[in-house]
Design a protein around this ligand. Structure first.
Ligand code: HEM
Length: 397
């Protein structure tokens, strides 16, 4: 059990990473001590950080943990982001609200609908790689592929005009600011206002897209559709941008594995799972609030406490993934927790997988000589963001 004296010595998030490709040393040290730790978040609040694979997976599916809090103003926070820094939604109606959100969104992400999207994602990827081929060297792979592909795909899926991308990307980045609450709130208001305009337009001129289909669903009003659509716009692109960038970095720093994929493209789906599992992490993970007193691996957690289910740390738990810091496309990586687990499992996971598979199945054969144009140690992350991906990935070929 934790003693009061421990409080001053608590580890504080975010943990500093020595390398982009490995978990933070502090996180690794904590993980070696056990599966749950009292820590301080970036805002100085106390929270529990769960780092064991088995515990994170189990707690992600445990109904005694939720996203809301009975007294949101007094709740511990992870950061200033208005959507993800603290409690979300109504404590009384959380389960019903969540069930409704999933029932409205799930029909648009069925395996059949996702399969139908694959040829279009392949074609969009092909177009971006054609453009890259004509680009002067070095080129920035984040700007050339990792950003535009997920943005193009989510725009087509939702029926959002691609020419609006710089505006909505700026707002989603504002929302995701973990340090500046006012900026995050402004971003959310701008994004919601934009969503309202889109919904009004789709009511007038419906198209073959998710927003139009949501409008045609009985019982959902304009505000709810605007909110759901903007949530999808937010959840559906920045995460995938980060995953494509980190996946490319893994391959560029592991030429033998890239060669293996060139020799056997049938390994691409497994390699994508490893790209999703392997990136290093600075700690944090998926926030939840305890809805009851809990005992987690012998540690007493009180109702209302903030519990961070660190899926990145879980993906580096050596009892589940031997030699976890080694990038190995032949390992069984598909049980990673990058998309969460349980009732809130990522609705867009099949789409993200299609995008990653499209990128790497084409990039590898088309650019066999691609290499980093700067030493890997010079690469930096977009810090201060909820989804902190590579700032740039300069490559040549
Ligand atoms: C590599 C890319 C992605 C990653 C790493 C990712 C990760 C996650 C994670 C960890 C969760 C669970 C959050 C929780 O338990 O509280 C989640 C939920 C969600 N994701 Fe994704 N995601 C990705 C791509 C996408 C895409 C492309 C879409 C949509 C087009 C999407 C839509 C959603 C939605 C709607 C939820 C909420 C599910 C719920 O609360 O029931 N995601 N995502």
């Amino acid at each position: 059990m934790y003693e009061e004296a421990d409080v001053t010595a608590l580890a504080q998030l975010p943990f500093e990473q020595a390398s982009l490709l490995e978990p933070a040393p502090r996180l690794r040290a904590l993980q070696a001590q056990g599966p749950i730790h009292k820590i301080r978040t970036a805002t100085g609040d106390q929270a529990w950080l769960v780092t064991g694979y088995e515990q994170v997976r189990r707690l992600l599916a445990d109904p005694r943990l939720g996203r809301s809090h009975p007294d949101p103003c007094s709740a511990a926070r992870t950061g200033e982001s208005v959507l993800f820094g603290g409690p979300l939604g109504s404590y009384e109606t959380e389960d019903a609200d969540h069930a409704r959100m999933r029932s409205l969104l799930q029909p648009h992400f069925t395996p059949g609908r996702m399969r139908a999207l694959r040829p279009r994602v392949d074609a969009l990827t092909n177009g971006l790689l054609d453009k890259l081929d004509r680009h002067d060297r070095p080129a920035d792979l984040v700007e050339a592929v990792a950003v535009p592909l997920p943005v193009l795909v989510i725009c087509e899926l939702l029926g959002v005009p691609y020419q609006d991308r710089s505006r909505f990307r700026a707002w989603t980045r504002d929302v995701a600011d973990v340090r500046d609450r006012a900026r995050s709130e402004r971003g959310l208001a701008d994004l919601f206002g934009y969503g309202r305009q889109l919904v009004a337009r789709k009511r007038e001129h419906p198209g073959d897209d998710v927003i139009s289909r949501l409008c045609a669903t009985g019982g959902a009003d304009d505000d709810e559709i605007a909110m759901l659509s903007m949530f999808l716009l937010f959840a559906g692109h920045e995460t995938t941008v980060v995953a494509i960038g980190m996946g490319a970095l893994m391959l560029l720093t592991n030429p033998r594995q890239r060669q293996a994929l060139r020799d056997d493209p049938g390994m691409i789906p497994a390699a994508v799972e490893e790209m999703l599992r392997a990136p290093g992490t600075g700690g944090g993970g998926i926030p939840r609030y305890a809805r009851a007193d809990l005992l987690i691996s012998g540690v007493r957690v009180r109702a209302g406490d903030l519990v961070l289910l660190d899926n990145g740390a879980a993906n580096h738990d050596a009892t589940m993934f031997p030699e976890p810091d080694r990038f190995d496309i032949t390992r069984q990586a598909a049980s990673h927790l990058t998309f969460g687990h349980g009732p809130r499992y990522c609705i867009g996971a099949p789409l993200a997988r299609i995008e990653l598979q499209a990128v790497f199945s084409q990039l590898i054969p088309r650019f066999p000589g691609m290499r980093l144009a700067v030493p890997a140690e010079h690469l930096t992350l977009n810090t201060g963001m909820l989804t902190a991906g590579l700032a740039r990935l300069p490559v040549t070929w």
